[in-house]
Design a protein. Structure first.
Length: 634
């Protein structure tokens, strides 16, 4: 809808009148709620009106909008309502009321809004994900990322700028509300920055406009669509625009007006004071509900590979081979598979995929925050998306980005290698011993820590077919291929991965060791050594470290002794979860937990295990005392 060169007089007058009414809506909803951000909503308002009125939001393929400074939600709701996309009375009445879709920060499902935001600095990365998806599918659509000036201080914004330029995302336009005010005052006093120069230095085109002139905004957005380069529109605005006493005043960034100020604002805007009407209406319930677009992925998971111990394949290599095979089975059929890397392709084993499918591999450099968000956003567009990284970078460093991915119900397959004390010589900064605890805070992430290459292969293929966010973790070292008594691989013929299922590796009557990942092979060694001492311990593999296998737990609850064994922080790994599950079953036996009690030293993996008391000899000695003591009481 940006066909003509400039707006006509009627269109300009119409937008000016819509802006006046919408300013009143913003003030009414924030005053009624007693909370919100009226000032910035009013400075961004004219940008919203032009984007929502003229972007190709109803066409196929549709343009996408990301409002990165989600606290300006009153401006988003008011502009959409005045343009007929939302019920105006509901928007004003139920803003920030529990149960209402008109939340304090913009949420996905609001018309034309593609991403729930609020954590400043992540919107441009999400926009890059959407723009990349459109480019990969050959769509002639555009992405608008609307941002604040203050959030340009965030390092992730710079990461996103570089990503967009490197990968030729000419279908993205950033629009900055440059009102020069943030919570603590003028942006130059809070943290000086060279916004225009930063975009130019990273290779973007920049257009500077009056952010309250609808015609200037329109012409800039029209021009941006015709440029073969990412474009940033810097829109000079005034906080609280249209109400004199609010203008250029930091107080109104995040504070609603009091009653006297509200009445004065209504007089200035020449609008009806109908706050009591809305106050009464707020006692009811909002009936409008957002709609969510559902993207379906058709994925051929292929046939699993089977490894024997003599193949000397580690779990991360098994992931890399499965990833390459998924590309082989799907990309030629038009079912796209993408992989993201942060300068670790040879270590996280994405190199084979990168060589075979360079157009679907995105080397993002040492920019984990941006990569996590780009990959998350891309995963919502119907493209199977993997992001592989070391644990301390892929989950620890990017926890906040994955939290927002979780809120946005992305479909990301996060592969984290180099987990646990297994990292050994790299030392405490790289020994990721907190990933279960962190992901336990993410309500919708599923976590799988396979114990050998065969289980890894099948877990990767399982996650590829399933909707939702998955974390699949491996160590650095090669772990043995587990075998049945006949010598055949345990997780091969006749085995299919089932989320939430715990695997019985060894049977025993005197107690059980519950573990996962590389610790399973160690637990088997410990159980075999104790068997020679006359102690019979069951070994249970728990690859889905946050899920309860009811049947297995019922069985474990009949044993006199149960312990957890992990190279993870003992306080936040599986130990608390297993203890809770046994307590729910009124377990009367003894429970023990073995895990990392502090950051590990730098040394060979076995040396680190000894330092933490998790090596086989230490465990055999500890369990001999514990199990014998319990047996004596029976």
């Amino acid at each position: 809808m940006f066909e003509k060169e400039r707006l006509g007089e009627y269109e300009i007058k119409n937008l000016e009148e819509l802006s006046r009414y919408a300013k009143g809506d913003i003030i009414k909803m924030t005053t009624l709620a007693g909370t919100g951000h009226p000032g910035g909503s009013m400075s961004s308002l004219d940008i919203y009106l032009v984007v929502f009125f003229f972007a190709h939001l109803l066409d196929e393929p549709k343009d996408k909008v990301v409002v990165s400074h989600g606290h300006t939600s009153p401006g988003v709701y008011a502009s959409l309502a005045r343009l007929g996309y939302l019920p105006i009375h509901d928007v004003i009445s139920f803003f920030r009321k529990a149960g209402s879709p008109f939340e304090g920060h913009v949420v996905k499902g609001t018309p034309f809004i593609g991403w729930s935001t609020g954590n400043l600095g992540q919107g441009l990365s999400a926009g890059c994900g959407f723009a990349l998806g459109a480019k990969l599918r050959g769509e002639n659509s555009h992405v608008y990322v609307l941002m604040s000036d203050g959030e340009q201080q965030k390092g992730q914004v710079g990461e996103a700028r570089r990503f967009a330029k490197k990968f030729g995302l000419s279908n993205i336009t950033g629009v900055i509300d440059y009102n020069r005010i943030q919570i603590s005052g003028n942006i130059e006093k809070v943290m000086p920055q060279n916004i225009i120069e930063n975009y130019l230095s990273d290779g973007w085109d920049v257009i500077e406009v009056n952010g309250h002139d609808h015609n200037e905004l329109y012409k800039a957005m029209r021009r941006a669509r015709g440029v073969d380069n990412p474009v940033c529109i810097v829109a000079n605005t005034v906080i609280g625009k249209g109400v004199g006493f609010m203008e250029d005043t930091e107080k109104y960034h995040g504070n609603p007006l009091n009653q006297a100020e509200y009445r004065q604002a209504m007089e200035i805007l020449d609008l009806e004071d109908d706050l009591e009407f809305y106050r009464e209406r707020r006692k009811g319930t909002c009936t409008w509900r957002p709609s969510e677009a559902i993207t379906e992925e058709v994925i051929d998971s292929g046939s699993p590979f089977t490894y024997r111990d003599e193949d000397k394949v580690d779990n991360r290599t098994a992931f890399g081979k499965a990833l390459k095979d998924l590309g082989d089975k799907n990309i030629s059929k038009g079912h796209l598979v993408c992989a993201f890397d942060c300068d670790l392709a040879s270590s996280v084993k994405t190199a084979d995929f990168a060589k075979a499918y360079p157009d679907y591999f995105f080397q993002s450099g040492i920019q984990e925050h941006n990569t996590a968000t780009v990959a998350g956003a891309l995963s919502t567009t119907g493209i199977l998306t993997f992001f592989a990284d070391f644990g301390v970078f892929g989950i620890d460093e990017t926890y906040n980005q994955h939290r927002l991915n979780d809120i946005n119900k992305t479909n990301l397959k996060l592969i984290t290698t180099h987990l646990g004390l297994d990292v050994g010589p790299d030392g405490k900064t790289h020994q990721c011993t907190d990933y279960i605890g962190l992901t336990s805070n993410l309500y919708h992430f599923k976590v799988i820590i396979p114990c050998d290459p065969n289980q890894t292969d099948r877990a990767v293929r399982y996650a590829a077919q399933e909707k939702g966010n998955f974390l699949i973790g491996t160590g650095r070292n090669r772990w043995p291929v587990l075998s049945r008594e006949d010598g055949k691989p345990l997780f091969a013929e006749g085995y299919s991965f089932e989320y939430g299922k715990m695997d019985s590796i060894r049977e025993g009557q005197d107690g059980a060791i519950i573990t996962y990942g590389g610790m399973v092979a160690r637990a088997i060694k410990i159980a075999d050594a104790l068997a020679k001492k006359g102690l019979s311990l069951k070994v249970v593999n728990m690859p889905c470290v946050r899920e309860a296998d009811a049947l297995m737990l019922d069985e474990l609850a009949q044993l006199p002794f149960v312990c957890t064994y992990e190279d993870h922080n003992v306080h936040t790994g599986i130990a608390p979860f297993i203890a809770q599950q046994l307590l729910m079953r009124r377990y009367k036996g003894k429970v023990a937990s073995f895990g990392a009690k502090d950051y590990g030293p730098s040394g060979e993996t076995e040396e680190v295990m000894v330092a933490e008391g998790l090596d086989a000899d230490s465990m055999i000695e500890a369990l001999s005392r514990m199990v014998k003591k319990k047996r004596g009481k029976r």
